[in-house]
Design a protein around this ligand. Structure first.
Ligand code: UD1
Length: 361
């Protein structure tokens, strides 16, 4: 099982739990590629998600995409050659997903891809390339929403290796949400933030297309500063974004509260009570749909259309006027009311493990 970047850790957690329940049948090893390495971007999740420490750590973070991908491939190849797994399970669409699926397939090890078939159609997005390449060589496809199956069939995959299982991210969300409601969490820094505001919105931004270009980032900032006059905004800042805020000298004003990246529980505690979430994250579009919180997605496209068709997500692009007016609509009470998509019921990991039980000899 491969995990490398922040959004991977919560996706493997439910699979670990489901595999642990079938110790009669499965053994597994967790490989952390080290793509994300700061305590707040990595270790804190392992501590909080209740998953074992990784068996292997490749320490391949930082650098260009090529450097990172190459380092992961070299390290992962050694592990596969030594351990000879019967299957390599990858999740999501990050560089670690791409690197490890290529290594496995070239060693004739079957690849299981969790969250397969999503497509934004935008090849300027590194994740889209990762998704296409991974799915080109995957053996078993676990899909989260109807569009995933449709894309895979259009791309010529056999229907009997595409499995509609629901979403492991939602499994984990419901698991952590129940723990939070029962008070099974340590001291959360978001509690003191919440005490300061009766109503607030939450922002996350980290896509290179939004935060790496000074003009685009300044435009987004303009919309956020304006919206923050109507609703205070809390912004846990990704390291890439933090560096660019400083580099470009962007000031978000006193109604946008910047924080360090938060742990899963701390962040959930924050956004579950937000009036609105403004984001360019993939996972958060889905999580807000799962809990029925209005979400405004600051991107021109989404690879997760079910969140728009059925959920609470509105795709607004990066025009500041459109962003501000979407936030205003939510504040007027005109936000979207969605429903939770089929199979987003907390049982995806169990379904995945029962498929693996059948397909692995
Ligand atoms: C990666 C994923 C993206 C995912 C995001 C979640 C790819 C192509 N992108 O983007 O899909 O949504 O993770 O966070 O895999 N950095 C740190 N400390 C860390 C991690 C990153 O300082 O622990 C900084 C470094 O400068 C690093 C940069 O952030 O070079 C970018 O990290 P990287 O993993 O390459 O991409 P993300 O933008 O995090």
């Amino acid at each position: 099982m491969v995990a490398g970047a922040r959004p991977n850790f919560m996706k493997i957690a439910p699979i670990v739990r489901a595999l642990d329940a079938r110790q009669d049948r499965f053994t597994y090893r967790i490989v952390h590629t080290g793509q994300h390495y700061d305590h707040e971007m990595s270790d804190v999740f392992f501590e909080e998600l209740g998953i074992p420490k990784p068996d292997f750590h490749l320490e391949a973070g930082g650098g260009s995409h090529a450097t990172q991908t190459a380092k992961i491939m070299v390290g992962f190849e050694e592990i596969c050659q030594r351990d000879q797994p019967d299957c390599v399970l990858v999740v999501g669409d990050v560089n670690s997903t791409l690197a490890c699926s290529i290594v496995a397939k070239k060693l004739h090890i079957p690849v299981a891809h969790v969250e397969a078939g999503l497509r934004s159609g935008d090849l300027r997005m590194p994740e889209e390339i990762n998704r296409l390449v991974t799915d080109a060589i995957t053996d078993w496809f676990f899909v989260t929403e109807p569009s995933g199956r449709e894309h895979l069939l259009q791309e010529g995959k056999a229907p009997d290796v595409v499995y509609d299982v629901g979403h492991v991210m939602v499994d984990n969300l419901l698991f952590q949400y129940a723990q939070l409601q029962q008070g099974q969490c340590g001291e959360l820094s978001s509690n003191s933030i919440k005490q300061q505001f009766s109503r607030y919105g939450v922002i996350t931004l980290h896509r290179p297309s939004n935060v790496d270009d000074p003009a685009t980032f300044a435009k987004l900032a303009q919309a956020l500063v304006k919206a923050s006059q109507d609703l205070p905004l809390i912004f846990p800042v990704h390291p890439r974004t933090r560096a660019n805020l400083e580099k470009f000298g962007i000031d978000l004003g006193s109604n946008v509260l910047l924080t360090k990246p938060l742990s899963y529980m701390d962040f959930l505690n924050l956004w579950k009570d937000a009036v609105v979430v403004v984001t360019d994250s993939g996972g958060l579009q889905e999580e807000t749909t799962a809990l029925g919180i209005p979400c405004i997605t600051v991107r021109e496209n989404t690879e997760r259309p079910v969140t728009v068709d059925e959920g609470t997500n509105t795709l607004v692009g990066t025009d500041p006027v459109a962003i501000y007016s979407a936030i205003s609509a939510v504040l007027r009470g005109d936000g979207k009311h969605g429903r939770r998509p089929a199979l987003w019921d907390g049982k995806a990991a169990e379904r995945i493990v029962s498929v693996l039980d059948k397909v692995l000899g």
